[in-house]
Ligand binder design. Structure first.
Ligand code: SF4
Length: 524
């Protein structure tokens, strides 16, 4: 049987990344900066190869693996094509990819298998659009792909040999699950669609041992469990991991040994962290400690959780903060300030290297939406516009401009808000007023703060003062926000959609000269 495995090309800038990473003079990159491997496809590869099938992997719509049939050529190369899926906001790309490969098998939809996260969350939408009924959930039950033994696929070792290790993060890292699913049913989360059964223990030892025999000892293990702390078998899971050599201080068996590290990369639930289970997982070398802080109302639980973990010797924290859902910009600002305060207090009480929290605001996008707009199919979700009579300063709401500016602030800080309080405050704004002004700020000013900000900060005392445009803009927008009159709404409506088209349209109606001057900045 000839099998084609397809990962849609859904990463931004993938062509330029691929070119740079595979250039003859390219430096070897750390796995953390490479692409996440499509684990489901890699397990399918192992399964098919063990059956004696021929397997090919491609990324995106690759013309080189299809043969156009014409009057004289009716050869159809592939017996099966498996297409994986990820986020629902990649809808358009995924559907185009499916349609592209449908042609490669002469429109025989029964030869195409679509699976993965998006396919498990919105299978009916995919069926309506393509005529293909996706595979829902993990490959751990018989009959999902109609081949004998297919219930074992999920427990097989991923086949790293089909990927380019200059592009995919397979050099130092293994991936596994010690549990599946989650006991809780948070409405915004897709875990219960993808892994509906909560499986509280999976023995990962055989798979990791097999992977080491195949690909050598690798120092990093990413565990993709959704809520491992909820497992009643946590002690067994920890014991398995220590046995595999992921305890604190344990190293690989390579000629030059490297420290083994575990990353629970879906994060640990703050609500489940307590002295008992932290004392258990303390045996493991976990780095970073990922804990989410999705709602300000969880403040006490979150602060308690990170402090318990810190007392048990964890030093590097990554904190994910969902925003753009039911929260407000003020809510996110307050959560960021809580982390800044914790970082400051940890620094003050530490004589050696202090524990530190890196903050990662993560923009919410809905994964399910049955409205005619199908908002789950777009990357650019923002909640519906609020009524005009709210206070747009005290009770500001998310707009496309605001979410864009959060991403710019993150980008300028290399993806995370720094654990150094002075740097973090400069990035987000030293006060709520500055933060809201930053949310409205033109990209040119926000990206190039050194060039445009007059004020000097303690971390760069010798910097030449900037043009002062940042301060001028803050004065302007805070004045408008204080007034919240017609002029404010003209400006707000022009910049909120975050599109040059909206700005150009606004020029046709706006009369206020000062507003016009600032709108020019959004066209730079
Ligand atoms: S606890 Fe986490 S993994 Fe579980 S359903 Fe809620 S968001 Fe999803």
């Amino acid at each position: 049987m000839k099998v084609l495995l397809v990962e849609p090309d859904y990463r931004h800038g993938s062509a330029s990344f691929r070119k740079a990473a595979t250039a003859p003079d390219a430096k070897k990159r750390d796995d953390e900066s490479l692409w996440y491997p499509p684990i489901g496809l890699l397990k399918l590869s192992t399964f098919h190869k063990r059956r004696g099938d021929e397997v090919t992997f491609v990324n995106g719509m690759d013309k080189s693996v299809i043969k156009e049939s014409d009057l004289f050529t009716h050869e159809l190369i592939w017996d099966r094509i498996y297409i994986t899926t990820l986020f629902t906001f990649d809808w358009k790309n995924v559907i185009e990819t499916i349609e592209f490969y449908k042609k490669a098998v002469g429109n025989s939809v029964y030869k195409i298998y679509v699976g993965g996260i998006m396919a498990s969350i919105i299978p009916n939408d995919i069926f309506e659009e393509t005529g293909i009924q996706p595979i829902v959930g993990t490959l751990n039950e018989p009959g999902k792909i109609d081949l004998p033994g297919d219930e074992e696929i999920d427990s097989l070792p991923p086949d790293y040999s089909i990927l380019d290790n200059r592009i995919y993060a397979i050099n130092d890292t293994y991936y596994a699950h010690a549990t599946r699913g989650c006991k809780r049913k948070c409405p915004w989360c897709g875990v219960n669609d993808v892994e509906p059964e909560y499986c509280e223990y999976l023995d990962i030892r055989p798979m990791i041992t097999e992977m080491r025999a195949l690909y050598g000892d690798k120092p990093r293990l990413k565990l993709m469990d959704n809520n491992v702390l909820a497992s009643p078998n946590l002690d067994q899971i920890v014991s398995d991991l220590v046995e595999l050599g992921y305890g604190r201080g344990q190293k690989t068996t390579e000629t030059i040994p490297r420290t083994r590290v575990i990353d629970f990369n879906q994060g640990l639930e703050a609500t489940h962290i307590n002295e008992g289970n932290i004392a258990l997982i303390e045996q493991l070398h976990i780095k970073p400690m990922r804990i989410a802080f999705d709602r300000l109302s969880y403040r006490d639980t979150y602060i308690n959780a990170v402090n318990i973990a810190k007392r048990h010797g964890f030093k590097e924290f990554s904190n994910y903060m969902l925003y753009n859902e039911k929260d407000t910009p003020r809510d996110l600002y307050e959560r960021l300030v809580i982390n800044i305060d914790i970082n400051r207090s940890w620094k003050e009480e530490s004589s050696s290297k202090a524990a530190a929290i890196y903050s990662y605001p993560m923009r919410f996008a809905p994964i399910k939406d049955n409205s005619p707009e199908r908002l789950n199919r777009s990357r650019d979700y923002v909640p519906p516009a609020p009524p005009r009579d709210i206070d747009f300063f005290q009770d500001a709401r998310w707009t496309k401009r605001f979410t864009r500016n959060i991403e710019i602030i993150k980008g300028a800080s290399h993806g995370a808000i720094s654990p150094t309080p002075s740097l973090a405050l400069r990035a987000i704004g030293e006060t709520y007023e500055e933060f809201i002004a930053n949310m409205y700020m033109p990209e040119e000013l926000l990206r190039n703060r050194d060039r445009h900000e007059r004020r000097r900060y303690e971390n760069k005392p010798n910097r030449e003062p900037g043009s002062g445009k940042v301060e001028d803009f803050r004065e302007f927008i805070l004045r408008l926000l204080h007034q919240q009159d017609e002029v404010f709404f003209e400006f707000h409506d022009a910049v909120s959609p975050c599109s040059k088209e909206a700005i150009k349209q606004a020029f046709k109606t706006v009369k206020n000269e000062e507003v016009k001057q600032w709108l020019e900045w959004y066209l730079k």
